[in-house]
Design a protein around this ligand. Structure first.
Ligand SMILES: Nc1ncnc2c1ncn2[C@@H]1O[C@H](COP(=O)(O)OP(=O)(O)OP(=O)(O)O)[C@@H](O)[C@H]1O
Length: 467
């Protein structure tokens, strides 16, 4: 009883000491009987010192002076430090921490410190509120991104959760509001056309004609007549009524010049003239037709290099690069792979009336791939797995096989490009095969029979995989 003894011997000056403190302090004996209490504690409760001193905590609890529960009683019971937070009405909160002090093995007394945490709780509430608001805005933002995605031509969305891409998308949407010429660059399959659709859809010309032309697909001999059209009787064997050219078709709207890097030099200078002078004349025609066209061009070529080697006109280059938009390859925005994969699965589920889902492992496998064919390749891979796999799950095994097929079909990044040794790759495939067979066969014995190995081999491998 050394603490109780000390306390009794030094009661007066100890009382003066704890009365200097702004926190409430209670000291009870091992039975929870109050032997000391300071002014700060009394000022927070409804009873005076004399009414508290000498009373058992259980009594105070029963009489309602202490609300709900007592940290003192909890500390007596557990023999450890105990804290409780209590609401004391009118939004006030306190936190009581009781520390048991032992003389040897014997509980001697309990020191309870009471803190007014009303302000802390108010701040906590504010923080919670703030967090809820942030969560709400985040959800709204994600919803907005998803909704924005549908603002595309046709049924396709521009799916992205990549910060860079979101910024680009934002900028693209803004340029839609102007008539500035836009050039979209990026590797094949990165989504340049999807971006062009987004720009057009967000522009004042959204309801006006949107003419798309693949410059690489038109034979050189026909390119001029395709763009400018011709008057009737101009060519023998041609349409007797003449032809309206792409420029005229796009008048009042937008002309999307895909693969502009493949436009023959001669046509490049003619295009430049149209962009600058805003008028066209049909082949064999006299009449000058004023045109009001917004140009969006795209290429997977490095136009600067093309210009340097004389394959692209520098004046056209500078005329096009008013608003340049570069779309990064898919391998540089790995966070887009999972949402895109899920987006394509949903799309193919609807198209083929399926219920496919992709497992996390399979997503990881997709994320580890190099994607030389970018989003187009991802979409094709998902479609192939969706229509060819059995069951509703797209597994990691299926992804591995599919990506290997892709690599084998001439794409330049096979499993080796993932920097894994043959041994590691074989182990990985062995694991996939075993897991899939056990999954499909429903038991280790059946899988062992199917793979023509001992049951113990499969069990051993499965244990290894669990580690
Ligand atoms: N961000 C995206 N969200 C959803 N689908 C996308 C996205 N980007 C590309 N795709 C899809 O990938 C495929 C290829 O996209 P797109 O044709 O726009 O690429 P591209 O860069 O214009 O290709 P290319 O240079 O070969 O013309 C399309 O099926 C398109 O719908």
């Amino acid at each position: 009883m050394k603490y109780i003894q000390f306390l009794k011997e030094n009661y007066d000056w100890l009382m003066d000491f704890i009365n200097c403190m702004t926190v409430g302090i209670w000291i009870t004996d091992a039975e929870g009987r109050v032997i000391m209490v300071n002014n700060s504690s009394i000022s927070t409760g409804g009873l005076g010192r004399e009414e508290i001193l000498g009373r058992y905590t259980t009594e105070l609890l029963e009489s309602g002076y202490i609300l709900y529960e007592s940290s003192v009683l909890k500390a007596i019971e557990s023999g450890h430090e105990e804290s409780i937070v209590q609401e004391e009405g009118e939004g006030n909160h306190s936190m009581a921490t009781s520390v048991p002090l032992f003389d040897g093995d014997e509980l001697d007394l309990i020191v309870c410190v009471e803190l007014d945490i009303t302000e802390v709780m108010r701040l906590k509430g504010l923080l919670e509120n703030q967090k809820n608001i942030t969560r709400k805005y985040r959800d709204e933002l994600l919803k907005f991104l998803g909704q924005n995605n549908t603002e595309n031509n046709g049924s396709e969305e521009l799916v992205t959760y990549n910060v860079n891409m979101i910024r680009i998308k934002d900028m693209a949407a803004k340029t839609g509001k102007t008539d500035a010429t836009v050039i979209i660059t990026g590797e094949s399959g990165t989504g340049k056309e999807v971006m062009a659709n987004l720009i057009q859809k967000n522009s004042a010309r959204a309801d006006a004609p949107f003419i798309k032309v693949n410059c690489a697909a038109i034979p050189e001999s026909l390119i001029e007549s395709e763009f400018f059209g011709y008057e009737k009787g101009t060519f023998t064997g041609a349409n007797v009524n003449g032809k309206i050219g792409l420029f005229e078709l796009a008048n009042g709207g937008t002309l999307f010049l895909d693969e502009i890097g493949d436009l023959p030099l001669q046509m490049q200078s003619k295009l430049l003239r149209v962009i600058q002078e805003r008028e066209v004349r049909k082949i064999g025609g006299e009449k000058v037709i004023p045109v009001d066209i917004r140009f969006i061009a795209a290429t997977n070529k490095n136009l600067k290099k093309e210009m340097e080697r004389g394959a692209f006109r520098s004046d056209l280059y500078y005329r096009l690069f008013v608003v340049p938009i570069h779309i990064p390859p898919l391998r540089q925005r790995i966070e887009d792979i999972a949402p895109m994969a899920n987006y394509f699965i949903k799309m193919f589920n609807e198209q083929y009336k399926m219920n496919k889902v992709i497992c996390d492992d399979a997503i990881k496998e997709l994320e580890a791939y190099y994607w030389p064919g970018n989003v187009r390749e991802l979409r094709n891979v998902i479609e192939r797995m969706a229509v060819s796999g059995s069951g509703d799950q797209i597994t990691r095994f299926q992804v591995s096989m599919c990506l290997n097929d892709n690599a084998g079909a001439g794409d330049n990044m096979g499993p080796g490009a993932r920097n894994q040794s043959l041994g590691a790759l074989l182990k990985e495939y062995e694991r996939e095969i075993i897991m899939k067979t056990v999954d499909e066969c429903g038991s280790i014995s059946a899988a062992a029979r199917a793979l023509q190995v001992n049951k113990s081999t499969i069990s051993k491998k499965l244990k290894e995989y669990e580690r």
